[in-house]
Design a binder for this molecule. Structure first.
Ligand code: SF4
Ligand code: FES
Length: 229
């Protein structure tokens, strides 16, 4: 793979050409925050904008960009840090997130990003939207108050036969994640757990398993995002 030069905050780096920008920066020790994207992911969903940087002076979602020769990137500026934190704050007020009692606490990427950004509160008013929960599944419980509409479950998850299980209904503020009841019923325990782990927040839970992993052993407790910096 040929190498090219890119500039990040005025510093030149030599990186492989045409690879995911977040991945390329991560290899240089620059951790761009993400929520819908994760390392090794082939397709970019580009739904959350938590990874916003400036490329050539324009705001861009870094996870949707590939490295190109002579790219000029701004990342660690006060403006961009504030903007990325603002996106996280908006997600907190748009949903109903109660971290201390959430089954996914410690394993939640939204919570980990907020902690990493030292967010203590949101500058935006809380909306207290009324989202209904779906307890009707055999294996899975949908806690829609926590859904950040990242599309990981709808785009990246399929059952053992390759069928999609999750989809969205409604439009705009009325958009809700739902599952196909017949296919959900047939999910193996392994597949149900895969869906729970794929969700970056605590919106998809395996019934009876929410608290099975002890506190202290959860992903972002063992490997805090800020320790990667
Ligand atoms: S349920 Fe989870 S994975 Fe699916 S869209 Fe909502 S936050 Fe994303
Ligand atoms: S991580 Fe890039 S848009 Fe979500």
């Amino acid at each position: 793979m040929s190498k090219i030069d890119i500039t990040v905050d005025g510093v030149k780096f030599s990186v492989p050409e045409n690879i995911n920008l977040v991945e390329a920066l991560s290899h240089q020790g620059i951790q761009v925050p993400t929520l819908c994207w994760y390392q090794g992911m082939d397709e970019c969903l580009g739904t959350c904008r938590v990874c916003t940087v400036k490329v050539g002076g324009r705001h861009s979602a870094a996870c949707t960009m590939k490295t190109q020769k002579d790219m000029t990137i701004e990342f660690d500026t006060d403006e961009l840090k504030d903007l990325r934190r603002g996106v996280i704050e908006l997600l907190f007020v748009e949903g109903n997130h109660y971290c201390p009692s959430c089954e996914k606490s410690g394993d939640c990427l939204l919570q980990a990003q907020a902690q990493d950004m030292e967010m203590t509160h949101s500058r935006f008013p809380y909306e207290f939207n009324n989202y209904d929960l779906d307890f009707s599944g055999k294996n899975i419980l949908l806690e829609r108050n926590r859904c950040v509409h990242c599309k990981r479950c709808t785009e990246l998850f399929s059952d053992d036969e390759g069928h999609k299980v999750f989809s969205f209904i409604g439009k705009g503020a009325e958009t809700r994640v739902v599952f196909d009841h017949e296919r959900e019923k047939k999910l193996s325990p392994h597949k149900a757990k895969e869906a729970m782990d794929l969700c970056p927040v605590g919106a998809i839970l395996v019934k009876g398993q929410g608290f099975s992993k002890p506190y202290g052993e959860r992903k972002y407790e063992k490997e805090p995002l800020w320790e990667k910096k």
